[in-house]
Design a protein around this ligand. Structure first.
Ligand SMILES: Nc1ncnc2c1ncn2[C@@H]1O[C@H](COP(=O)(O)OP(=O)(O)OP(=O)(O)O)[C@@H](O)[C@H]1O
Length: 254
C-alpha cells in the first residue's frame, strides 16, 4: 500500500478539529486515500468520534455512516430502521406509504441484507425488542443499505463477539472500497486493517501501516490501561485489591 499512487479522498493539513470553540484535535494533519482500510484507535475521550464526525461532514454523500449509539428508532421494525438508510432517495409520499405497506423492491433488498447479517426472521420485529448485538447489526445493515463507496463506523463491532466482529468487518469490506472504523480491539486492528490512526491526548501519535506496528506500540495509546493492569497484578500478588492511593500514575502523567 505504501508508495502506491492512490486517489486522495481527504486531507487535513494542520487543522484544528473540534466542536465549535472547543478544539479536540489541534493542528491535525492526515490524509485518507481510496482503498485504505483504517482502524481508528485511542482510549475513551481521545477524539475518535470527533474525527469521524468531521470526516463524515466533509465526505458527505460519499460515506456510509454507522454511529456509535446506533441512532435506531426502537418503536419501528428492523425493516423500517434499515430502510432509513435511503430515506432521502425516495419521495415523502413513497416513504409514508412504505411505513404502512413496505415497498416490494426495498423489502427484498433489506431482506437480503438481513439474511447476510444473521437477522433473518426479524424484519418485522421492533428494534426495541432486540439484543444489543442484534441492534448493532441493524445499524450496520442500515449503513450498508446506503450503498456508498466509503464506510465510516464508530465502534460498529463493539457489541458482538470476536468471531462475529470479523464476519461483520468482512461484509463491510465487501461493499466499500475504503473504510475508517473506530474500535478498541487492538488485535483486530492489526489483523484486519491495513493502516492505524492512533489518537492520544488530542494528537495523532500513530499514522502507519499495520504491518509496521506491534501490539505493544498500540498499548501506548491506552495509558489508563496501565493502572488497570497494576490493579490486576497487585490482586494476583496478595489476593487483595490495593487502595487507590497505592496505584501508580498512568504513563506521562504527574
Ligand atoms: N458535542 C460536543 N461538544 C463539545 N465537546 C464534545 C462534544 N462531543 C465530544 N466532546 C468532547 O470531545 C472530546 C473527545 O470526545 P470523543 O467523543 O471524540 O472521544 P472518543 O475517542 O470517541 O471517546 P469514546 O471512545 O468514549 O467514544 C471529549 O473531551 C468530549 O468531552
Amino acid at each position: 500500500m505504501e508508495g502506491e499512487q492512490r486517489r486522495l479522498l481527504i486531507r487535513f493539513d494542520g487543522e484544528d478539529i473540534g466542536h465549535g470553540a472547543h478544539v479536540v484535535l489541534p493542528g491535525l494533519t492526515l490524509a485518507l486515500h481510496e482503498g485504505e482500510r483504517v482502524a481508528l484507535l485511542g482510549q475513551s475521550g481521545a477524539g475518535k468520534s470527533t474525527l469521524l464526525g468531521e470526516l463524515r461532514r466533509r465526505l458527505d454523500r460519499q460515506a456510509a455512516w454507522c454511529p456509535q449509539h446506533h441512532g435506531l428508532v426502537p418503536q419501528l421494525a428492523v425493516y423500517h430502521n434499515v430502510f432509513m438508510g435511503r430515506l432521502p432517495e425516495h419521495s415523502t409520499l413513497a416513504n409514508l406509504w412504505n411505513l404502512v405497506h413496505p415497498l416490494r423492491r426495498p423489502w427484498h433488498e433489506v431482506a437480503t441484507l438481513c439474511d447476510e447479517l444473521g437477522l433473518a426472521g426479524l424484519m418485522r420485529r421492533p428494534v426495541g425488542q432486540l439484543s444489543g448485538g442484534q441492534r448493532q447489526r441493524v445499524a450496520i445493515a442500515r449503513a450498508l443499505y446506503q450503498t456508498r463507496p466509503l464506510f465510516l463506523g464508530d465502534e460498529p463491532v463493539a457489541s458482538v463477539d470476536p468471531h462475529q466482529a470479523l464476519r461483520l468487518l468482512s461484509l463491510i469490506d465487501a461493499r466499500h472500497t475504503t473504510s475508517v472504523v473506530a474500535l478498541h480491539q487492538r488485535e483486530l486492528a492489526l489483523t484486519h486493517f491495513d493502516r492505524v490512526w492512533g489518537l492520544r491526548d488530542g494528537r495523532l501519535v500513530i499514522d502507519a501501516p499495520t504491518d509496521s506496528l506491534t501490539l505493544t506500540e498500540l498499548d501506548a495509546l491506552y495509558p489508563d490501561a496501565d493502572a488497570t493492569r497494576h490493579i490486576a497484578d497487585a490482586r494476583d500478588a496478595d489476593g487483595d485489591v490495593p487502595s487507590v492511593n497505592a496505584l501508580p500514575c498512568p504513563r506521562g502523567r504527574p
